[in-house]
Design a protein around this ligand. Structure first.
Ligand code: IPM
Ligand code: MG
Length: 370
């Protein structure tokens, strides 16, 4: 039995309750499938701030660096609205992404047919939607320097964020997008704002060159990011893989999330480069939804995004493709059977809480595994 080291960082809000449902699945897999997951746990976000005065402690950062994969819940909440900017809950998430060099963020937006009616778009526009947003995650305006607010001394202040991309950053993220496209619809759409941003000009140029040099079997198109947002709500099924920068990826993935019926459904994977010797890559898996403080602690949160993030972990970190498929199939079957948390509730369905939803997915996974 091989050891698979997982670090759980449940975080704040609905993070811990969603993570609890994944914990059950892992415990069962260890017991019955002999999967040898070794769990450790740490604090991130407001929880870490309360305990250590930092959004993640150095000790927990070390654990994250040593783990085969990190499962991340959510961070933030009104309780920490007034903490200093550099220790705000989100800083823990950003440090994990940056220090672990998780440059590739995979955000699939899949609309289960059972949920097509929950989308704000017409069901026929989203039914069976399956797109993948590949978001650059360690560069761009999130991390570019200078990043300052300066007092100009005349009653005015000046705020600066810097959008910066080097060739290698664009090359490696579009490489990930092209590789993934080959495993699915074989189409990539690259989004930037080359009409106003120099970083957009370079982005477009490097994606075009990389495509020509190494991936010309994949169909490539380019779209301005604002038009891309519009096309996502006009005719989302035209897309297969979308590759874009950190900030546009943040916004476009929230838009894509809502197409699927609820942001409570969407998982994500953040991956580093494969190690030259072992091929292993650092990785963190997190739901796209946030900490949802308004419903935290009530046992009503939708744990599906967290469970689906674990499925991505099985797929990308441990190459346990069959189990990943079964977990995803279990989610889909449970939805087909009419189980719904409040966020995706519909007429004629059975409304359940976090625990019941987790139990239903686990029971289905057990059945499918038999
Ligand atoms: C996301 C979130 C984060 C981001 C926040 C919490 C810092 O919105 O993962 O999409 O902006 O990247
Ligand atoms: Mg976001």
């Amino acid at each position: 039995m091989s050891t698979r080291k997982l670090l759980l960082l449940p975080g704040d809000g609905i993070g811990p309750e969603s993570m609890g449902e994944v914990r059950k699945i892992i415990a069962w897999m260890n017991e019955v499938k002999n999967t040898g997951f070794e769990l450790d746990e740490g604090l991130v976000g407001g929880a870490a701030y309360d305990a250590h005065g930092a959004a993640i402690s150095d000790a927990d950062m070390e654990k994250a660096m040593a783990a085969d994969a990190v499962l991340f819940g959510a961070v933030g909440g009104p309780k920490w609205d007034d903490v200093p900017y550099d220790v705000r809950p989100e800083a823990g998430l950003l440090r994990l992404r940056k220090d672990m060099k998780l440059f590739a963020n995979l955000r699939p937006a899949i609309c289960y047919s059972a949920l097509a009616a929950s989308s704000s778009l017409k069901p026929e526009l989203v039914e069976n939607l399956d797109i993948l947003i590949v978001r650059e995650l360690t560069g761009g305006v999130y991390f570019g320097e200078p990043k300052t607010i300066t007092d100009l001394g005349n009653g005015q202040k000046r705020a600066i964020d810097t959008q910066v991309y080097d060739t290698y950053e664009i090359e490696r993220i579009c490489g990930v997008a092209f590789e993934l496209a080959r495993t699915r619809g074989n189409r990539v759409c690259s989004m930037e704002k080359r009409n106003v941003m120099k970083s957009g000009v370079l982005w477009n140029e490097v994606v075009t060159q990389t495509h020509k040099a190494k991936y010309d079997d994949v169909e490539l198109s380019h779209m301005l990011a604002d038009a891309g947002g519009m096309q996502l709500v006009r005719a989302p099924k035209q897309f297969d893989v979308i590759v874009t920068d950190n900030l546009f990826g943040d916004m476009l993935s929230d838009i894509a999330a809502m197409l699927t019926g609820s942001i409570g459904m969407l998982p994500s994977a953040s991956l580093g480069a494969p190690d030259a010797k072992t091929g292993a890559r650092k990785a963190m898996y997190e739901p796209v939804h946030g900490s949802a403080p308004d419903i935290a602690g009530q046992g009503i949160a939708n744990p599906i995004a967290m469970i689906a993030s674990f499925a991505m972990c099985l797929r990308y970190s441990f190459n346990m493709i069959e189990d990943a498929d079964l977990v995803e199939k279990a989610i889909s079957n449970v939805l087909d059977a009419g189980f719904r948390t409040g966020d995706i509730m519909a007429d004629g369905c059975t409304q359940v809480g976090t625990t019941q939803m987790g139990d239903a997915v686990l029971a289905e996974f057990q059945k499918l595994s038999a």
